[in-house]
Design a binder for this molecule. Sequence first.
Ligand code: MG
Ligand code: ZN
Length: 230
Amino acid sequence: MCETCGCHQPREIELNRDILSENNRIAEHNRGFFKEKKILCFNMVSSPGSGKTTLLEKTITAMNHDEKLFVIEGDQQTTMDADRIEKAGAPAIQINTGSGCHLDAHMIHEALEKMEVKDHSILFIENVGNLVCPALFDLGEKKRVLMISVTEGDDKPLKYPYMFSSSHLCLINKIDLLPYVEFDIEKFKEYALIVNPDLKFIPVSAKTGDGLEKWTNFIYDLRSTISSDL
Ligand code: MG
Ligand code: ZN
């Protein structure tokens, strides 16, 4: 648990409230910047190892011809994911949070000063793998995309409700492994809809590319339906 979260320490609640309201202020600033530059921004959240980077690599390969894509990578250490993204063909910047376990709006603001994200582009922010505190930190994104892999429990929505209730879309990844794991997709969706009745689902396999087109269509649709109010 990073020092800014301190969720388990009641005496820090006041401090947390200040941190979150300051975060929200900067998130609104980021949102204004995205709106002005007509940048469509996604905040990608998940547990570690669910396959966010692999999906982003495939997404870049699939969309690079039509769209300008940029990526901000969040991990505690290393630039491995940013290196993978650049190899896939999109400019990427890596944020290392050290002992911190989430990205906050200020880190995104700083990254935006270092990387020139072009007007009318799509920006993916890959958050630190963690289903707990990234739920609390608005980054200024248009949509929060939660990835869950079928190697995790189908009871995750009930255990980590804040992440599910604050997300717009849930990508259910690694569906190529469904025959080998005890993951009941229908039960999972039922649980997720209890905590967030508006949540949408797209089953995918970042490995085989199954469902990838539904995901890219989701992005293209969003791009065309909201580009006027972005
Ligand atoms: Mg990653
Ligand atoms: Zn944290």
